[in-house]
Design a protein around this ligand. Structure first.
Ligand code: ATP
Length: 268
């Protein structure tokens, strides 16, 4: 993917002065305040932070699902004001249609775009194969494990080829072993076309394993406490998790996060 001529690669996704206030029981809750973030095209960026610091709120604003109270967000030079096919969202709950097969679920987003049937099936099959489910294209979600369902959801999001993937704790509901395997599959898939990704997680290890950059949020209102580049080589095999460099990143990030988690607890 090439950078749009009118956009510097560093500012592919650009958030400036973003703020969000909610009203809860008549009281204003400031989730984010004067928040700036710039992401380059093709970067895999994770956000970690204490519970309630505004991570999901930010992701939903980038997705165009949540209106901002202040500030601007643009993607590839275009202002973000509503959801669009240039951004693909993936959540913890797969939100698959139980009455559709794997193929039917993945082809659905292409149906919405009005693609002819033969083309829809061709693209859907390509992404189903990419997530390793070619043998299951006629299975229904109820016949699949949680990890397989999340792979279907990933294939469905990839199938409409968004410029940017927005992932909110996508592996949060999976058991530890499946989660680790899904992380490995996601990096393999990501390496094929290096789409821009913004990934929210509570799991420091997951963030280090997947990311080029990790943004550590403060307790609410969320601000950037640290912006760390992960200088681990790619491709990253499972063994990298045991390397001293990996453990050093883990210790540094947990040190920064611990204070914020404590602050968030005191404030809640
Ligand atoms: N629709 C809403 N109405 C009122 N308050 C909200 C709403 N959505 C989020 N909030 C509040 O905004 C703050 C940030 O929420 P958000 O879900 O973005 O946090 P988070 O960092 O993603 O948390 P977690 O890690 O627990 O998912 C929280 O205090 C939350 O209660």
């Amino acid at each position: 993917m090439n950078a749009n001529a009118s956009t510097s690669t560093a500012g592919y996704l650009k958030a400036q002065g973003v703020g969000k206030r909610f009203l809860r029981n008549g009281q204003a809750v400031t989730a984010l305040e004067d928040f700036d973030l710039s992401i380059a095209e093709g970067e895999f960026v994770s956000i970690v932070g204490p519970s309630g610091c505004g991570k999901s709120t930010f992701l939903h604003m980038v997705g165009g699902f949540e209106p901002r109270t202040s500030g601007t967000i643009s993607l590839a030079g275009r202002p973000v004001s509503a959801p669009g096919p240039d951004r693909g969202m993936l959540f913890q709950d797969y939100a698959l249609f139980p009455w559709r097969t794997v193929l039917g679920n993945v082809a659905w987003s292409l149906e919405v775009q009005g693609l002819p049937k033969a083309r829809r099936l061709e693209i859907a099959r390509k992404y189903i194969a990419m997530v390793g489910l070619a043998r299951f294209e006629n299975a229904y979600p109820g016949e699949l494990s949680g990890g397989m369902r999340q792979r279907v959801a990933l294939a469905r999001t990839l199938a409409y080829e968004p410029k940017m993937l927005l992932m909110d704790e996508p592996f949060g509901a999976l058991d530890a072993q499946t989660r680790e395997l899904m992380q490995e599959e996601l990096t393999d898939i990501w390496q094929q076309d290096r789409r821009t990704v913004l990934f929210v997680t509570h799991d420091i290890e997951e963030a280090i394993y997947l990311s080029d950059r990790i943004i550590v949020f403060t307790a609410r209102p969320g601000r950037i406490k640290a912006d760390l580049r992960v200088e681990l080589p790619r491709p990253r095999g499972a063994a990298i998790r045991k390397s001293p460099e990996f453990m050093d990143y883990h210790a540094r990030i947990w040190d920064m996060l611990r204070d914020e988690v404590l602050r968030a607890r005191e404030g809640s």
